[in-house]
Structure formats: structure tokens, C-alpha cells
Design a protein around this ligand. Structure first.
Ligand code: CLF
Ligand code: SF4
Length: 290
């Protein structure tokens, strides 16, 4: 059953609940990724897990006990989110986890973020498991621009590079956004703002996703690293300009704390991930999918 926006606004830190000190726990169950963002400083594998990556994530079976520990420490946690460290739809772990925690912690809102490559084909599974809020990272709606941000996709076992891969990614993201929004999932869009590449494209992205049914938009400033390490990070003015451009079309979220995939607490206020996960995680502080 879809939750009302009023309920989300009170209880979800990324959909208005920051005013109420609402908290979230991220469950880092999704190690693999299926696209190759040029700013992402984790080694991108295909849809398989890799040694060294698996040791840094928790299993779907472990998630409930971590949630119980987190809620004891931070009773204001109202959201269980899965935001990586890879893509949540590249493997089945995120959906399995939501099935399990839906039974043990039915009161928590279920939040997930994805790069959207497989959203269109997996959206029914998200509805079935009862996802309340979904974030899709859309960095461009023009394949020529996307190809400067992303080297390739791995799609149904095939590596597809450049503009051709970007086209498939964008098409699947946009179709998936529309499908998810039409079925009542509340949608946020994240865009990594990359000066000189997509900074003049923000209005077009915001307009496109708003027309498809997304209701909130979050601009994440680039952390210059990996293949985009020489691009300067956006200035406050560039971020503000981008937000103003987006705001012409969609509500803009301004309290993003750029959370890690294993964050626990109230974003920007408290951080309990070390206590909850007891240092067993070593997720690098890199791009967040939030
Ligand atoms: Fe986590 Fe993201 Fe859900 Fe929030 S974070 S999966 S929508 S519960 Fe929030 Fe963190 Fe910013 Fe994300 S402050 S990085 S926007
Ligand atoms: Fe995958 Fe996210 Fe990294 Fe892009 S930023 S390569 S979607 S993990």
C-alpha cells in the first residue's frame, strides 16, 4: 500500500523529514555494479560479486539484526534504505533483503536507490516487495552527455560502450521512472553535477523526470576522482545555479548529507554506522547513491 506523502514528509529524512530529525539505516547488501561511471572510485565489476568486495557487505539474512541494533541506538530511525555500495538491481540481494525485513520490521519505510539500468524490467519486483521510496541517479538524458560520464554498461551479460550504452541506460531509466511513478512509488532523482559536462543540462533533466512523475530532485556535487579526477568540484555558486534551474520544474532537496552505503542515524546530525556494523565494513567514502 502506498504511503501518503504526509507520512513520508514526517518520517523520511530525504523527503522532508529532516525537519523532524528522522533517521535511516543503510544496509550495504549490494556489492556489484553494472555500469561504469567515470567518477566512481570503486572498481566496477559486472553483475558478479568479487573477492574483497563481498567481505565489505552484509548478507540479506544479517540485515534484520543490524536494524534491531540500530533502532535501539537511534529510535528515530524510520527508514531502511539500500544504496549500494554498487547497484541495487545488479544483483538480487537488495530485493531479498526487503522481503526479509518487511517481515521483521514492517513499520520501517523501504527506500532504495539505483542507477536505473534494470529498473524498467524489475519494477514489478519493487512493487511486490513494497518499496515506498525510490531514487534513480540520472546524470544526463542526452546520450552524448551521458557517454562522457559513463564508459560502458553491462547489459544482459554484454558490455556496451559509449553512446550506444548510454542510450540504453537512459531509455531504461526513463521508462522505469514512469512505470514506478505510475504505480505509486514516490520517486527522487539524483544527479551528480559535473562542471563542463552536465552543468548546462540540469534544467532538461529536471523537466524530463518531473514530467515522468518524479517529485523531488537532489543535486550531488562531483567528488573529483577516478577518470574525472582533474575536473574541479562544483563551486557553491554552480551548485546553487543548478538547483535554481531544476527548481523551475521540480521540488529540490537541499539537505543531502552524501551518505555512505553503510550510514546509520540522522543524515548530517548523527552517525552510528561504526557502532552498528562494528567496523567490519570498509566501504570507501566515494559517490553515494542515496
Ligand atoms: Fe538512504 Fe537515499 Fe533512501 Fe535517503 S540517503 S537511500 S533517499 S534513506 Fe538522503 Fe543520504 Fe542524501 Fe541519499 S541524505 S545521500 S538523499
Ligand atoms: Fe555503479 Fe554507482 Fe559507481 Fe556508477 S557510481 S559505477 S552506478 S556504483
Amino acid at each position: 500500500m502506498a504511503r501518503s506523502f504526509e507520512e513520508l514528509e514526517k518520517n523520511h529524512p530525504c523527503f522532508g523529514g529532516c525537519k523532524f530529525n528522522a533517521g535511516r539505516i543503510h544496509l550495504p547488501v549490494s556489492p556489484g555494479c553494472n555500469i561504469a561511471c567515470r567518477f566512481c572510485d570503486r572498481s566496477v565489476n559486472d553483475v558478479e560479486q568479487r573477492p574483497g568486495v563481498t567481505s565489505k557487505v552484509i548478507s540479506p539474512d544479517e540485515a534484520s539484526s543490524f536494524i534491531s541494533r540500530a533502532v535501539e541506538l537511534v529510535p528515530s530511525i524510520k527508514v531502511a534504505g539500500i544504496a549500494g555500495p554498487g547497484d541495487t538491481l545488479a544483483t538480487d540481494y537488495a530485493i531479498d533483503t526487503f522481503h526479509k525485513i518487511g517481515k521483521t520490521h514492517p513499520d520501517l519505510l523501504k527506500c532504495m536507490s539505483t542507477n536505473g539500468l534494470l529498473l524498467n524490467e524489475r519494477v514489478d519486483e519493487l512493487i511486490e516487495v513494497g518499496i515506498d521510496t525510490l531514487t534513480v541517479t540520472v546524470n544526463a538524458v542526452d546520450p552524448e552527455i551521458e557517454a562522457r560520464l559513463n564508459d560502458y554498461i553491462i547489459y544482459h551479460g554484454k558490455k556496451i560502450e559509449g553512446v550506444e550504452g548510454a542510450k540504453i541506460l537512459i531509455e531504461n531509466q526513463l521508462k522505469g521512472i514512469k512505470k514506478a511513478a505510475d504505480t505509486g512509488i514516490t520517486l527522487k532523482i539524483n544527479t551528480v553535477l559535473v562542471p563542463g559536462i552536465n552543468d548546462h543540462h540540469i534544467g532538461t533533466i529536471a523537466k524530463t523526470v518531473s514530467e515522468l512523475g518524479a517529485i523531488i530532485y537532489n543535486i550531488i556535487p562531483l567528488i573529483p576522482q577516478h577518470k574525472l579526477k582533474d575536473i574541479p568540484k562544483p563551486t557553491c555558486e554552480q551548485i546553487e545555479d543548478a538547483r535554481e534551474e531544476a527548481e523551475k520544474y521540480i521540488k529540490v532537496f537541499r539537505h543531502c548529507a552524501h551518505c555512505r552505503a553503510d550510514a546509520v542515524g540522522v543524515p548530517g546530525i548523527s552517525e552510528y554506522s561504526k557502532l552498528v556494523y562494528q567496523n567490519r565494513l570498509n566501504v570507501r567514502n566515494t559517490f553515494s547513491h542515496g
